[in-house]
Design a protein around this ligand. Structure first.
Ligand SMILES: Cc1cc2nc3c(=O)[nH]c(=O)nc-3n(C[C@H](O)[C@H](O)[C@H](O)COP(=O)(O)O)c2cc1C
Length: 227
């Protein structure tokens, strides 16, 4: 009985919080001006270029683009690139060409995709995120921008949600706002690859699209006005 009361109270608080947020967004947040473009970059962090992670991130980007004509998208596929982790002396590698794209003021949000490797993000994904340190210091360039996460594994319960959590936790260090999508994509996109193919995973692709659409929606609402 006590538990039921708690659950009821928690449900009430969650509903009240969601309603307050919705009202705040509806009242306070003017969207990006008409004609102004907001860019969403998808980063695919599999060492295998053009494979399932890149395809799932592209599905999310396509949904983001389809959500509003003001959205522009670009896929950065890290497959085949050489990107070392953080070092006090920044290595001269393929990250150098990527950094300016992430520093672009038109950037409104990110979609980061990683394969689940032993139930966590790939080392390439971790290296990429570590090298994004210049986006925090001297200025928090990604602060208050949405990030959605896509994880692809070879199994239905292969650690996709843990992979998503790791990436979200890292991006909180950049002041980003972690977003999921509508049901069943609450936490992010959870995709299953069967023999290097995700086309049959309708549910997983649906989660990718929902995450992409939500990143676009939040990016438009939070884009600086008149910038
Ligand atoms: C080192 C390694 C570890 C993996 N660990 C997992 C895992 O824990 N869970 C899972 O579902 N799949 C695992 N896989 C499978 C990959 O997540 C899956 O093949 C994914 O589609 C790879 O992404 P890609 O096609 O973009 O390269 C692993 C693959 C490798 C190479």
């Amino acid at each position: 009985m006590k538990m039921k009361e708690n659950v009821t109270r928690r449900n009430f608080l969650a509903t009240a919080g969601a309603a307050a947020l919705a009202t705040g967004l509806a009242q306070g947040a003017e969207e990006a001006p008409k004609g102004k473009t907001v860019k969403i970059i998808g980063v695919a962090c599999s060492p295998r270029k053009g494979m399932t992670t890149a395809k799932a991130v592209q599905a999310a980007l396509d949904a983001a683009k389809g959500a509003d004509p003001r959205i522009e998208v670009e896929l950065i596929d890290l497959g085949g690139l050489s990107i070392a982790g953080y070092s006090p002396k920044p290595p001269q590698d393929d990250f150098t060409a990527i950094l300016p794209k992430l520093q672009d003021p038109a950037l409104g949000g990110l979609i980061i995709g990683s394969p689940a490797y032993f139930r966590g993000m790939s080392s390439l994904c971790k290296a990429f995120i570590e090298r994004c340190a210049p986006l925090r210091d001297p200025k928090m360039l990604l602060a208050n921008k949405p990030v959605g996460v896509v994880a692809v594994g070879a199994f239905r319960n292969g650690g996709q949600e843990m992979t998503i959590e790791q990436i979200q936790a890292a991006m909180l260090c950049f002041g980003m706002i972690a977003v999921g999508g509508n049901a069943p994509a609450f936490q992010g996109a959870t995709v299953v690859s069967t023999k290097d193919d995700i086309s049959a995973d309708e549910l997983g692709l649906d989660t990718a699209k929902k995450v992409g659409a939500h990143v676009a929606e939040v990016a438009l609402r939070l884009a600086p006005k008149g910038a």
